[in-house]
Design a binder for this molecule. Structure first.
Ligand SMILES: [Zn+2]
Length: 76
């Protein structure tokens, strides 16, 4: 059920960050996953299990980023 994690993925968390954003970019994977809040820029590191528990959806994979950037205006 759980999808693998890739560097460059943009993911949605179940709970929003205190800054109000819930979209994150994965910047490192492995036993621990590092992700950056796309709203405030803060970087958080979670072990893989916690990461998978918090992840609600994958919004884009790295190969889709170029296309997503074109239509990226108007995100919350
Ligand atoms: Zn944030």
């Amino acid at each position: 059920m759980a999808e693998p994690v890739f560097v460059g993925d943009v993911i949605l968390t179940r709970k929003p960050h205190p800054c109000g954003g819930s979209q994150w970019a994965v910047i490192r994977t492995g036993a621990d996953v590092k992700m950056r809040c796309l709203t405030c820029g803060r970087i958080v590191m979670l072990d893989l299990e916690s990461f998978l528990r918090r992840r609600k959806a994958v919004l884009s994979h790295p190969e889709q980023q170029a296309a997503a950037a074109d239509s990226g205006a108007g995100s919350v």
